[in-house]
Design a protein around this ligand. Structure first.
Ligand code: F0G
Length: 351
């Protein structure tokens, strides 16, 4: 069986890749676009989940990281660094290991999901925790990248954004056209920026005849773009998007304005309800931050925002296994019984 070519080879025409660029790949991309038929029927739209949890390290970050690490190696960098709420660090650690270079990852103390921390550690990254949040971590990491030769692989690195455009390309390729609406969680605001750039690039190249409206969703306790000011102490159960000062905020707001889209916040309760719904009724286990897109979709659909038959894609950015503690804390308890058939029968059929 032959594997599909690496993402940056497949979409080479849209990326700054040359024969001199090494391809540091783990087989990222080509993630499933899953039709959510029950949810679609409920609201009279065609709704799909772009399940980015199926990337090699379990999140969309791999699309940008294959590009950023390949370009870093091309220019001879020996080390990469990032600030992270978890997924970027897992991805940077894996791709740096693949490239044979050092990764240093800086994380907010105590606020990173255990699966993500495990990934960074297992891949041999230098894991550094600061007494501060993501925004402060990004500030010090940017400071070090300015005065040293280490390659910064947060989404302020343009190669990250370029690689992440491929999510939009795949959606268009799978649908045969652009969707009417894209719903996406917003944290540091790189991904919404990348998707919009991707849809525009495909449109300019004549691959699709339209571009979608971009609908971004932040967690209510971490919604600087909705409120119009930075937040010093962001808080949300969706730790991946616990960000108060998004680096790509202006680009995200431009994407929303240019696409006639919108930005709104969803509460932790809405996020967790969507997280449970998609797991129990569609079989998709995403992480809480990812469910912000779905929670936002449902909020908009209930407000009558969509017309019949429209196509909506919700980006589910990361895998649910990343955050087992949240999963267990929000699930029905395990039923404990003595090991007899009668007890088992009662437990299975009566609950
Ligand atoms: N969903 C997940 C699962 C994420 O990990 C992130 C960001 C986002 C959504 C938001 O994307 O920042 O491009 O707007 N995680 C970053 C990290 C901040 O460090 O892993 P964004």
């Amino acid at each position: 069986m032959s594997l599909p070519p690496a993402l940056i080879v497949r979409y080479r025409a849209f990326l700054a890749v040359t024969d001199a660029t090494p391809v540091i790949s783990l087989g990222e991309g080509a993630t499933p676009l899953v039709a959510l038929e029950r949810l679609g029927a409920r609201f009279g739209v065609r709704v799909f989940a772009k399940f980015e949890g199926m990337n090699p390290t379990g999140s969309f970050k791999d699309r940008g990281m294959t590009m950023a690490v390949s370009k870093a190696v091309e220019r001879g960098a020996q080390a990469v660094i990032c600030a992270s709420t978890g997924n970027t660090s897992a991805s940077a650690a894996a791709y740096a290991a693949r490239a044979g270079i050092l990764a240093a990852v800086v994380i907010p103390e105590g606020k990173i999901a255990s699966g993500k921390l495990a990934q960074a550690i297992v891949h041999g990254a230098r894991v550094i925790s600061i007494d501060g949040n993501f925004d402060q971590a990004l500030e010090v990491v940017r400071g070090l990248a300015e005065v040293s030769d280490i390659e910064l692989v947060n989404s302020v690195n343009p190669h990250r954004i370029a690689g992440q455009m491929t999510g939009a390309f795949e959606i268009c390729d799978d649908l045969g056209q652009a969707p009417d609406v894209l719903c996406i969680p917003v944290g540091n605001a790189g991904n919404i920026t990348a998707y919009w750039a991707g849809f525009q690039a495909y449109h300019r190249a004549g691959r699709v005849s339209s571009v979608p409206r971009m609908m971004g969703f932040q967690a209510a306790g971490a919604a600087p773009l909705v409120l119009g000011h930075t937040i010093d102490h962001p808080e949300t159960v969706a730790t991946a998007i616990r960000i108060g000062n998004p680096a790509s905020g202006p680009q995200a707001l431009a994407a929303i304005a240019d696409s006639h889209g919108s930005i709104a916040s969803v509460t932790d309760a809405q996020i967790l309800a969507a997280y449970r719904l998609v797991a129990t009724t569609e079989g998709i286990f995403c992480e809480p931050a990812s469910a912000a897109s779905l929670a936002g979709f449902m909020m908009r659909a209930e407000a009558g925002e969509f017309t019949d038959g429209q196509t909506v894609v919700c980006v589910l950015t990361g895998h649910g296994l990343k955050d087992p503690d949240i999963a267990v804390a929000n699930a029905s308890p395990v039923i404990r019984i003595p090991s007899t058939v009668a007890d088992l029968e009662r437990a299975v059929f009566d609950g």
